[in-house]
Design a protein around this ligand. Structure first.
Ligand SMILES: O=P(O)(O)OC[C@H](O)CO
Ligand SMILES: [Mg+2]
Length: 238
């Protein structure tokens, strides 16, 4: 685990969470269906393509998928979204929490730290993914989704994080006082483009070069030490 940069260290007042791959173990579903679709074209889905897609709005990720895999003459981005939809609709309701997500959300909420979500996912998928976790997600002050009218461009544009900052009760919040948790390279860039601090919890299969931009890297949310960022420490022994 790397040490936080000095910029916002010790002065965090608000926290913004990414969702897919950070709070919910849903990135594996996208990987699974994209592997199935590319196999139909005798191609394999690799982590360099995955890294470019994750965190983005659906149509933006879809364009990258068909272009970079060289199948755009056979399958349009729009048709790709239709093809994967039936599979995703079966998988999303089974979404499980990532390790440490519940503990961290409940802790920050109990300590009255304002928390919210800024996700690239759109409302219909958000509802499917969170249907088993409504109580936990109800602790969020607000949620900004990829189809929000204020999110003109998806990550790595800062739109989602800036909208999330504005919607806090006392927002917009000084970005130096905001800590973002992200798993995706595009999401880390979006947080930095918004001028915020960012902890990255990357999938170990992502190339290490994607870890250069974040202020702190950790292998699990269970490793987060709130006091390093000026947030109340955990009181359990973990
Ligand atoms: O990681 P999120 O929560 O921004 O979601 C983005 C897409 O839905 C999946 O990559
Ligand atoms: Mg994510």
């Amino acid at each position: 685990m790397s040490t936080p940069a000095t910029a916002g260290r010790g002065s965090i007042t608000h926290v913004i969470f990414d969702m897919d791959g950070l709070l919910l173990d849903t990135e594996k579903f996208y990987t699974e269906v994209q592997e199935i679709i590319l196999a139909r074209f005798n191609k394999t889905f690799d982590w360099s393509l995955k890294a470019k897609m994750m965190g983005r709005k659906a149509i933006e990720a879809a364009r990258i998928f068909v272009d970079e895999s060289g199948i755009s003459d056979s399958l349009s981005a729009e048709d790709f979204l239709v093809e994967r939809e039936a599979m995703l609709q079966e998988l999303f309701p089974t979404s499980e929490l990532m390790p440490g997500a519940s503990r961290l959300i409940k802790h920050l909420h109990a300590k009255n730290i304002p928390i919210c979500i800024a996700t690239g996912t759109h409302t219909r998928h958000f509802d499917l993914k969170t249907q088993r976790h409504k109580e936990l997600f109800s602790l969020m002050h607000h949620v900004v989704r990829g189809d929000d009218p204020e999110v003109k461009q998806g990550k790595p544009a800062p739109d989602g994080f800036l909208a999330a900052s504005r919607r806090f009760k006392d927002g917009p919040v000084d970005p130096q006082k905001v800590l973002v948790f992200e798993d995706a390279p595009s999401g880390v860039l979006a947080a930095k483009n918004a001028g915020m601090n960012v902890v990255m919890v990357p999938d170990p299969r992502l190339d290490i070069s994607h870890q250069d931009v974040a202020d702190q890297i950790m292998t699990s949310l269970l490793d987060f030490k709130p006091e390093e960022w000026g947030l109340p420490p955990f009181e359990d022994s973990n």
